[in-house]
Design a binder for this molecule. Structure first.
Ligand SMILES: [Zn+2]
Length: 238
């Protein structure tokens, strides 16, 4: 992939000279990180606004920052304007919202593609079976589907960080071609599962704490709070 990103100067080749995990500079804190750990934005010179480019489609000049509200706020203070050599308008919360929206859109697109390719298991029982048979690479749970999360297989997937929360049962159902309500989906394709979790990770810090999937008592989610645990254990009909 070729980009004309300002910060692509730090890109490194792997020892073999083949595909590298190229590095970019965070326009907020100024630290380097692998490109796939940073959010990419492009700039619209006419409006001065930035647009989130989670798929790193490579169009236009891009700037990057860590998926953290802190780095977004810092980037808005000057880093983005320096990369784009132009005024950048917008505030951190609007950019955070745009990241969450872009992430949801991308994940929905990935799930739709996976459905068409027959790479999904849909519905709690089928997902539980796919998990038992180790065919499921990632579980997507509707935020209002607490009951499904009490199935032992799905509970384990959540506890091991193998799950993301997305939309509600209605929304997941409509993604599955109007199947009515769908509580839980498993992605069977490893590449799609990796892309979904990577996209979800980018947006996680900008989602409200209540909606972040966190294993009860588990580590790794800074924004975890009590509400998220309650959301997963509330009694609710599947
Ligand atoms: Zn940063």
């Amino acid at each position: 992939m070729t980009t004309n990103d300002e910060s692509a100067r730090t890109a490194r080749k792997g020892p073999s000279g083949t595909s590298s995990r190229s590095e970019r500079t965070c326009a907020g804190c100024g630290k380097h990180a692998a490109a796939d750990e940073l959010v990419r934005v492009v700039h619209d010179p006419s409006s001065g606004e930035v647009a989130v480019d989670l798929a790193s489609s490579g169009f236009g000049r891009g700037a990057h920052f860590h998926p953290s509200p802190d780095c977004v706020a810092k980037a808005l203070k000057g880093g983005l304007a320096r990369v784009f050599k132009s005024k950048v308008v917008g505030d951190a919360s609007a950019i955070g919202e745009a990241i969450v929206k872009a992430a949801d859109r991308r994940i929905e697109g990935l799930l739709t593609g996976a459905r068409r390719a027959g790479q999904l298991a849909v519905g709690a029982d089928v997902v539980a079976e796919a998990l038992r048979e180790e065919r499921a690479k990632l579980v997507v749970v509707a935020r209002d589907a607490a009951a499904a999360t009490r199935l032992p297989e799905i509970e384990r997937a959540i506890a091991s960080g193998q799950a993301v929360a997305l939309g509600d049962k209605q929304r997941l159902g409509s993604l599955m071609s109007g199947r009515g309500e769908v509580a839980v989906i498993a992605v069977l394709h490893p590449g799609v599962a990796a892309a979904v979790s990577q996209t979800y990770r980018m947006s996680g810090p900008f989602r409200s704490a209540a909606s972040v999937v966190a294993p009860p008592g588990g580590a790794g989610t800074e924004s975890q709070d009590v509400r998220s645990e309650e959301a997963w254990s509330s009694s609710e009909v599947r």
